[in-house]
Design a protein around this ligand. Structure first.
Ligand code: HEM
Length: 221
């Protein structure tokens, strides 16, 4: 794409493959969250009506769980290089107060800031924990009764943590930081958004957009 076309249409933040994978993980997560509430909280059993009934939910929940796990493992491979913490992230964390107050940091942020990297690793660790603790619930014969009880407790606690993380993630990427969601829907963000939130990545993208190929990943440009 020419520099002029890139200026007019905004900057490519996420490739089609990145968006498809992100929304696959998001949709499977939402199903797991809703079905988890239905199974775990009798007061929320009304959710069964929207999810196909109790038997369907109990059958589908672990299968969708495996699909979610495959999705986030692929996401881990896809974004690993962009998610490694560095010195800038330490500076960002020290200046967290400014970010919380203004939704912007004075640090020369690259493709992802330290908060986003933190959420990524949180999702990876909790996703792995949900998979590991979910297996003995799916196949109760795998372990003794005591271990099954522990797995059930941990599965539930980690589930609640992921719901908290999910609410914060959705709030920040939709309401707190306007202009963020188009990157994950159409793939592009405005140049102003990129320069404000991810100045280092923006400069690299500007330099790369004169080349023949667009690659949103910073180091691959
Ligand atoms: C309806 C639900 C969701 C919405 C609206 C949403 C929205 C977004 C948006 C707009 C971005 C781009 C942020 C940017 O470019 O700066 C993003 C990135 C990301 N999303 Fe989601 N997302 C959702 C669900 C999820 C779920 C369930 C997970 C994982 C379990 C997830 C993991 C990530 C990760 C790791 C990133 C990259 C780092 C970050 O920006 O935090 N998302 N999401």
């Amino acid at each position: 794409m020419s520099v002029q076309a890139e200026r007019d249409e905004g900057i490519l933040r996420y490739s089609l493959a990145e968006r498809i994978l992100h929304w696959f993980v998001a949709l499977t997560f939402i199903y797991l969250m809703l079905s988890g509430f239905a199974v775990g909280y009798p007061r929320m059993a009304w959710l069964y009506d929207f999810l196909g009934g109790g038997q369907t939910v109990r059958f589908l929940h672990p299968i969708v769980g495996v699909a979610f796990t495959i999705g986030f493992v692929l996401m881990l491979v896809m974004w690993l290089r962009d998610m490694v913490f560095d010195d800038k992230d330490r500076a960002w964390a020290r200046d967290l107060r400014t970010y919380v107050r203004e939704g912007h940091s004075r640090v020369d942020v690259d493709r992802f800031n330290a908060g986003q990297k933190g959420y990524f690793w949180f999702a990876v660790v909790t996703g792995a924990a949900l998979f590991i603790t979910g297996l003995p619930l799916w196949f109760p014969g795998l372990m003794s009764g005591g271990w099954n009880q522990l797995a059930r407790l941990l599965h539930h606690v980690v589930f609640l943590l992921t719901v908290g993380g999910f609410i914060i993630h959705v709030y920040m990427s939709t309401m707190m930081l306007p202009g963020t969601i188009p990157g994950m829907t159409g793939g592009r963000v405005t140049r102003a958004w990129a320069a404000w939130h991810h100045p280092s990545w923006f400069r690299k993208r500007e330099a790369a957009s004169a080349g023949p190929q667009e690659q949103p990943g910073a180091d691959r440009s």
